[in-house]
Design a binder for this molecule. Structure first.
Ligand SMILES: Nc1ncnc2c1ncn2[C@@H]1O[C@H](COP(=O)(O)OP(=O)(O)O)[C@@H](O)[C@H]1O
Ligand SMILES: [Mg+2]
Length: 305
């Protein structure tokens, strides 16, 4: 086979998204050096808060909740120890790039706070939760990594219901109550390496809590005794909720989900311009399950058609 007849190696969904959308200019228009509070609308008050409550570091050996594997499978999620599927292969590629940035390599230094990854998109229903949970399941399957999946869509939390788990205290409660240690809100699951931090009770000041100095302290607590931990945030949609842009200031990497054939370029550019607090942004092209053509996530590789 010569140069001209050899089929081109299929690009990953990350690469394809980058080729389709020339998004870098949109990101460059934002001043990334501005602190979190300066990325807020001018009228947003920023609270001063008391320091967080800490717990002494101890390895967790408490109870673990059981995740319903059938429910995972029904909803199309990666099933731990399940068969290799198009989705699981896709997330294997995606996680490699994210982990490389989080941990660094001989060729590139680690991205500051690259272990905090925000999964965002412009609008609801573009696959943020789907991608966040699948990415978490994929990383949890790595022997030397732990994942904390944070439900940060405070208005429409859906991680617990996706896993068939009961509601409980979460991030917003720990931010609002300095006496509540954030570790006490974490749900440890029977999936090795996977823990969940629920959203907690929504307040009418979520954005201000997130912009407060305490948020950074709370987030530091999540990893300071656990350097293996990768923290994945399931974000609210960037264009319908202000917390997304503030969350971007706390993370080292943003994965912007673009729904194939649906997310418009204008919406994507607007969403990216709100992510200016983070320097490392990648796009992820998500297919649609119920497309009349039958095309879906991963089918670009020839899977699942
Ligand atoms: N690639 C995909 N394959 C199958 N189902 C998907 C895919 N992406 C999203 N979905 C489904 O579409 C619906 C909306 O996705 P979701 O992740 O909840 O969106 P968001 O969190 O952005 O609001 C969910 O039922 C989800 O399971
Ligand atoms: Mg969601």
């Amino acid at each position: 086979m010569n140069e001209y007849t050899r089929p081109k190696k299929a690009a990953s969904l990350l690469e394809r998204a980058g080729e389709i959308y020339d998004y870098i200019p949109a990101v460059r228009t934002v001043d990334r050096r501005a602190p979190a509070s300066e990325n807020l609308p001018p009228e947003t008050p920023v609270r001063q808060v008391t320091p967080v409550k800490r717990r002494p570091a101890e390895p967790y050996d408490g109870p673990r909740v059981i995740v319903d594997r059938d429910k995972l499978q029904e909803a199309g999620f990666i099933v731990p120890d399940g068969p290799v599927t198009g989705i699981s292969e896709e997330f294997r590629i995606i996680k490699r790039q994210l982990l490389l940035a989080a941990k660094g390599s001989q060729k590139a230094a680690r991205v500051p706070h690259g272990e905090r990854i925000l999964i965002c998109s412009a609008h609801p229903n573009e696959g943020k939760t789907f991608c966040a949970l699948n990415l978490a399941l994929s990383i949890a399957a790595e022997k030397d990594n732990e994942v904390l999946l944070v439900d940060a869509d405070f208005a429409k939390p859906s991680i617990l219901s996706s896993l068939g788990l009961e509601g409980s205290k979460g991030l917003m409660d720990a931010l609002a109550d300095p006496q509540l240690p954030v570790e006490d809100c974490i749900i440890h699951t029977d999936i090795p390496g996977l823990a969940i931090l629920p959203a907690g009770d929504q307040t009418n000041a979520d954005t201000e809590y997130l912009a407060s100095a305490r948020t950074e302290q709370v987030l530091n607590l999540l990893t300071e005794n656990n350097p293996q931990r990768i923290v994945i945030f399931d974000s609210p949609p960037a264009l319908s909720a202000s917390p997304a842009s503030v969350l971007a200031t706390h993370v080292g990497q943003v994965l912007m989900v673009v729904k194939a054939d649906e997310t418009t370029e204008t919406a994507l550019r607007d969403a990216l311009s709100l992510m200016g607090g983070c320097e490392h942004i990648q796009l992820l092209l998500n297919g649609t399950k119920f497309s009349p053509t039958g095309r879906r996530f991963g089918s670009y590789y020839g899977y699942g058609e």
